[in-house]
Write a protein that binds this ligand. Structure first.
Ligand SMILES: Nc1ncnc2c1ncn2[C@@H]1O[C@H](COP(=O)(O)OP(=O)(O)OP(=O)(O)O)[C@@H](O)[C@H]1O
Ligand SMILES: [Mg+2]
Length: 246
């Protein structure tokens, strides 16, 4: 469903963040991208949905080329890709429900456009999802009043309400305590297994990567240095992807 061919990104200041990255993801996979700080994990996610324009290489979603798609087409393609961020990216003064409903409009919609344009069906679906994620009693609270774990659950609700085929999660738990981290990872697993959403998730903790990922893609200095089942890796190998410059 996702195919990456020779993807490279060199930023304007000369930093080569991705170098000839190639891999494919089948529908229903849960792939964890592991790599130390600066290895190119966020750049990879951002090049897939073109928040950042790749320097060269191609990205295909369901056989359609994302790289090179027109603005209008890109908007449509982005609707298939939910995104979850380390810092949640909620609108602090908006209610939990309004933030979740933004998923119905695609994550790149302008903030002004979100008011007064939801169908009763959208509102009902958002209530269902908030209930499922344990946020029913918070629906009318401002998102800024929530704990980190709760805010990330709103981020998950927003992504799920988008009805995505693929979720790109960029370090979804690195601002959270261990208990909340586990809860968020379990919810992502549920999205993957129950809702059939394909997952590409950046993590920097090897233990979580092994526990939740069925496949691990390790990046070092913008290159893929391992791509295979999590279970095939020894503890030492797994840690090396994070700790050293293999
Ligand atoms: N906008 C930018 N302009 C210039 N260089 C950048 C930019 N964004 C990232 N980089 C550089 O690209 C490289 C890869 O960064 P990236 O953020 O993709 O890494 P990462 O693996 O997500 O790191 P972290 O674990 O710290 O989030 C780093 O050397 C970083 O300094
Ligand atoms: Mg990052």
């Amino acid at each position: 469903m996702l195919k990456i061919e020779g993807l490279s990104k060199t930023y304007g200041n000369g930093t080569a963040a991705l170098r000839e990255v190639s891999f494919s993801i089948e529908p229903g996979e849960f792939v964890v991208v592991l790599g130390k700080s600066g290895s190119g994990k966020s750049t990879l996610m951002r090049c897939i949905n073109r928040i950042v324009e790749p320097t060269s290489g191609k990205v295909f979603l369901d056989g359609e080329e994302v790289t090179g798609a027109s603005k209008g087409r890109l908007r449509e393609l982005r609707k298939k890709m939910g995104m979850i961020f380390q810092q949640y990216n909620l609108i602090p003064r908006y209610s939990v429900q309004a933030n979740a409903l933004m998923g119905r409009l695609g994550w790149n919609s302008s903030i002004a456009s979100i008011m007064n344009c939801f169908s009763d069906e959208d509102v009902a679906r958002s209530s269902q999802v908030l209930d499922r994620l344990g946020l029913a009693d918070k629906a009318s609270h401002r998102s800024e009043e929530l704990s980190g774990g709760q805010q990330q659950r709103v981020g998950l609700a927003r992504a799920l309400l988008q009805g995505p085929e693929l979720i790109l999660a960029d370090e979804p738990v690195s601002s959270l305590d261990p208990a909340s981290s586990r809860q968020i990872m379990e919810l992502l697993t549920e999205f993957n297994e129950k809702d059939g959403v394909t997952l590409l998730c950046n993590l920097h903790l090897p233990a979580l990567a092994r526990e939740f990922g069925s496949r691990i893609l390790a990046l070092s200095e913008g290159r893929v240095i391992y791509d295979g089942p999590a279970g095939d890796l020894s503890e030492t190998e797994l840690h090396a992807f994070y700790d050293s410059n293999l």
